[in-house]
Design a protein around this ligand. Sequence first.
Ligand code: HGY
Ligand code: MN
Ligand code: MN
Length: 415
Amino acid sequence: MTKPSIDAARLLGRIRTLGEIGRDSKGRLVRLAASDTEKLGRDQFVAWIAGAGLEVAIDRIGNIFGIWKPDGVADEAPILLGSHIDTVIGAGIYDGCYGTLSGLEVIETLKAEGLAPSRPVAVAAFTNEEGVRYAPDMMGSLVYAGGLDVDAVLATIGTDGTVLGEELKRIGYAGEYEPGFLKPHAYIELHIEQGPVLERGGIPVGAVEDLQGISWQKVTITGDANHAGTTPISMRRDAGHAAARVVTFLRDRAKTSNTPTVATVGCMNFEPNAINVIPSRATFTVDLRDPDEDRLREEEAALASFLEGLSAEEQVSISVERLARFEPVKFDLGIVELIEDSAGKRGLACRRMTSGAGHDAQMIARIAPSAMIFVPSAGGISHNPKEYTADEDLVAGANILLDVVRRLATEGLPA
Ligand code: HGY
Ligand code: MN
Ligand code: MN
């Protein structure tokens, strides 16, 4: 007997359609939170959920919801699916969009089957998951889960000097609903792994049981501008050189630690940024992650003490601003087991794993039992136009989401 399946052509077609929305002049996919290009992506998603006959709701931080509540279904806490549709700069077409569109696809499939769910089923596209334009990341879901005050967050100033609340108003996504207006019965997020684990293991499905801690900081090093040709090395207060020492300190420490700790300096800016001027200022970001909270704290402390020594040695002043800090999160094992059970019944190998990336699920886990399903990323590549997941894996993941939602919508959460 063939197992029920989602409409693969519809899902894959939508992923590709959304993947073409928001290309810049260089052909890169760039849909930064609350930008004009993201608005186009939002409009397309809203058109699809409205077209599917779902109730559309937008909350004050711009989170978009499509709610399926068939007549006669009690006004209970819904099963919530979703992810995000904002992207990084030069993104792939699957990160976030796959989970959001698969959530819609599962609802449309269950609707078409005539399933009478015991509770509503909804899909969300959370605002600013990536955190590239406005920090922190997973912002919309964190506000939704009550982790940040919505009015304070609406006042966030972006890397481009814009104010988030004004941008949401400008693009028409400053909704009326209070964040948290739907308290989910359960939340399941389907996502590409964005790492090499599943592909290396030849395993098509990941049942994600936890997610590592994240620490984002902005470091500003101030020295003295001086002439690149006349200033002896011993007289320099070179902010650029000091910043470079931080980058190698972080990499060497992570590399020799033989722990899962990872460290990334993703943004760096020199002032005055001229070829023949010793940099007077270096501003850069530090992204530290580890599945173990104590180790993550150790890494933060090691960086702080390195910066102290560096300031004295290089005669520069150093200031640090915290941009985001999330402890590791454990997901709901009952839902993890449903994911494994569905994979098994579909004859798909499945393994439990930790998420290296941050996701909206880590925030919604604060208010509802949550878990994630991963599918392989080719070459482990993500946040890169080369991001790719085979159609067969995309469809398999969405079918597992379909099975899990069907179980939760008819039997409720496992005891
Ligand atoms: O940073 C992250 O892990 C996510 O992509 N926002
Ligand atoms: Mn994502
Ligand atoms: Mn991402």
